[in-house]
Design a protein around this ligand. Sequence first.
Ligand code: SF4
Length: 325
Amino acid sequence: MTYKPSHISFSQIMTYLQCPEHYLFRYVLGIKSPPAKAMKRGKALHETLDHHFTQKKIDERGMNSNQAQDFYATQLETALQEYEQELEETKILVSRDFLKKEKEVSKAELLDAGTRGLAEYFMGKQQIIRVNGAKQTEEGRTVSLESEVKPDLVEQEFILETNQDVSIKGYIDLTDTARIVHETKTAGKTPQIQDIARDPQLAIYNIGYEKLTGTKPAGFSKDFIISLKKEVKIQRYLISKPDIDKESILRYIWNILKAIQNDIWYCIHPANSWVCSADWCGYYKLHQELRKIGFEKMMEKYSRKNYAKETAKTIQTQKVEAISI
Ligand code: SF4
């Protein structure tokens, strides 16, 4: 089988970088993975800040902290409805362990973590960590992160044409008038500093910003809303330039495109990796099946058409079983 997409997104490329097998299941075979509640919280927060900065760009104010928290609550409600629907659609893949872990996350918890995160983002102090090559310095700021950001580009799309008949689409979430590219993330623990500057996403933003504005960004800010058990904190990592330069990231991308077109879908994780587990990966059942029956049979069984038939059959069986209980 040769898979040749005519366009691809940077987030798909990031997926391939993190796990080629995940890319195979999700984008080649078109199998949706079971949803995770934590992702829905991230999505609701992302949409809240997107709405706020779009508004702030127009009227220089946007929402206040309380309005943002109310907006988030509404977005979360919608995201959790989507969650139920997606869970229903992916029943065939859901393992008991995965479901158990998901059930432990309550709606109240998601609401609380998100609203406290926003309150801190709008009103609290930020901790800054400067990541400049080998040197790192820490400093506190007395003003909130929100008050510092004067938005310029908000949720802006950019497209990169390649010489392999594939165009690549990406988005920049937010930049400010000081030419800093921001990326906002939610996390349950403090990120590892060594992962920050080497993040290939920064190199992609670097290309995107230049494509959109014709100038280089002045720097990058990875803005983390970190929800710990006892506190929520805002930690910013300021990076003057990404560790991965433009030529290197473009070379990675071309190589990934070639790998995708040549059916290279290895599991790149070490044996017994925690990532490849029923708790963490929604594709774990498929992962085991692939190892058991091999690539050719797997492709035959899960080609898009066959997979749709298989899913309908399984859901029908589950309904019959539920009725007869
Ligand atoms: S089980 Fe492991 S290799 Fe397979 S998709 Fe999940 S993370 Fe990737």
